[in-house]
Design a protein around this ligand. Structure first.
Ligand SMILES: [Zn+2]
Length: 425
């Protein structure tokens, strides 16, 4: 007689076992069998979330491997090594196809489409990053950018996420103090209606997006988890199971746009991705005050504002691509409109190679004075735009000083879509 084949228990079976054991422990005088548990567990199992079921699915998976006689290796945190490796492979494949999609998106554009195509940049500030991977959102900023018009529209809102998870008050306060400075919950600042946040952001991004699929938003790699989780939360709130946005790498877009622009003028683009990355890391427009939200405008840390981050990524692209495409720069949209930025531009400094400009910039900044370093950071000669020649001749045709912003084209942030939060007094 052949040996009896071992039955492989499934996730539901392990749930029933646990239910039976828990119940029998509480009622030792009236124990139930696994058969009794089966009828009681069915509705409970149906009502469980995918995360709750996953606990039992993992147990079943481990058991299946054990029966198969395979040696299962675990990481130090108790995860199955083969699972971790598979996820890593899937992630690499995802990154590869995302980069290819961005490349195709840019490479196919003719000059007119390249200038007019709208791209959306997003940043989300958080109060804390929880041990389970969750992020508690604090602020969201989205910038709409095209090479022709710069950042000509944006969305911003503070977010009121409800109470912080228990035990995270200190962490949230510390993170806030060290970065964005937004008062931690429960404060009255921000939008607490996540359905409204979804409708506003989806509507804003979808408006200028091409195609029928999910709209694409770009952010830096380091912010992707927080952005993705936030977008998933608001999508869920609006009744969708998965997030209704594609979150793509901003640096890849920057890299591709720079090279595409260079292909029109025959100039040198970015030979490698990491150069684009380094350029973004310099974050040279960080101290541009005029591009942050109403709340951060009066704060000591405007550089952490989500809106400022999203808008200045547009400045980086304009800085590197406008000259090749002969774009007329618009102050405040392609580059900071700050008076000093558009004046005091030593032409010889501008035409210096970048490393020499950096030395010149370092000399120009007096050392030991923190406030002057901060206030001069956005005006370093190093950072004069590559298209300054075009800008000066076409935009500053008047001799009477810097261009002023038209108040209709640039209404105060407080009047913009979504910026209906209350400012802290
Ligand atoms: Zn802000």
């Amino acid at each position: 007689m052949p040996p009896k084949k071992k039955t492989v228990k499934n996730a539901y079976y392990f749930f029933m076992e646990k239910y039976r054991d828990d119940r029998n422990r509480k009622n030792p005088n009236n124990p139930i069998s696994i058969k009794d548990a089966a009828s009681l567990c069915s509705p409970l199992w149906q009502a469980m979330s995918p995360e709750e079921k996953k606990v039992y699915e993992d147990i079943a998976k481990k058991e299946k491997l054990r029966i198969k006689g395979m040696e299962v290796k675990f990481t130090t945190t108790g995860l199955i090594v083969s699972d971790v490796e598979r996820k890593e492979r899937e992630h690499q494949e995802y990154v590869r196809s995302m980069k290819e999609e961005i490349r195709n998106m840019v490479v196919e554009l003719n000059l007119t489409d390249l200038l007019e195509r709208k791209f959306y940049f997003i940043h989300v500030n958080h109060f804390c990053h929880c041990d389970n991977g969750d992020y508690i959102p604090a602020e969201v900023g989205v910038a709409c950018f095209s090479l022709k018009c710069g950042v000509d529209d944006f969305y911003h809102s503070m977010v009121a996420p409800g109470n912080l998870p228990i035990g995270y008050t200190y962490k949230a306060q510390k993170h806030s103090t060290e970065t964005h400075g937004i008062p931690i919950p429960p404060s009255e600042i921000g939008e607490n209606d996540f359905v409204k946040l979804f409708m506003d952001i989806y509507g804003f991004v979808k408006k200028g997006s091409v195609g029928e699929g999910k709209p694409i938003v770009f952010t830096l790699n380091e912010f992707e988890p927080c952005v993705s989780i936030f977008l998933e939360k608001i999508s869920n709130a609006a009744g969708y199971e998965a997030k209704q946005f594609k979150v793509y790498d901003f640096v890849t877009l920057f890299f591709e746009l720079r090279n595409k622009a260079a292909s029109f003028s025959g100039s040198e683009g970015f030979p490698v991705y990491c150069l684009a990355e380094t350029e973004i890391e310099t974050d040279s427009f960080a101290y541009t005050k005029e591009i942050c939200c109403y709340w951060h405008e009066g704060s000591e840390a405007p550089q952490y504002c989500s809106l400022s981050r999203a808008r200045r990524w547009g400045f980086h692209i304009a800085d590197h691509c406008s000259r090749d495409l002969d774009v007329t720069l618009i102050p405040g949209r392609h580059l900071p409109s700050t008076d000093k930025y558009w004046n005091d531009t030593p032409v010889e400094t501008y035409y210096m190679p970048r490393h020499s400009r950096k030395k010149a910039a370092n000399k120009a900044v007096p050392s030991g004075d923190a406030s002057s370093v901060a206030s001069s950071s956005s005006f370093q000669p190093l950072r004069q735009p590559k298209s300054m020649g075009v800008a000066v001749s076409q935009v500053l045709s008047k001799e009477d000083g810097p261009p002023s912003l038209d108040s209709d084209a640039f209404p105060p942030i407080g009047r913009r879509i979504g910026a209906n939060f209350n400012r802290a007094s």
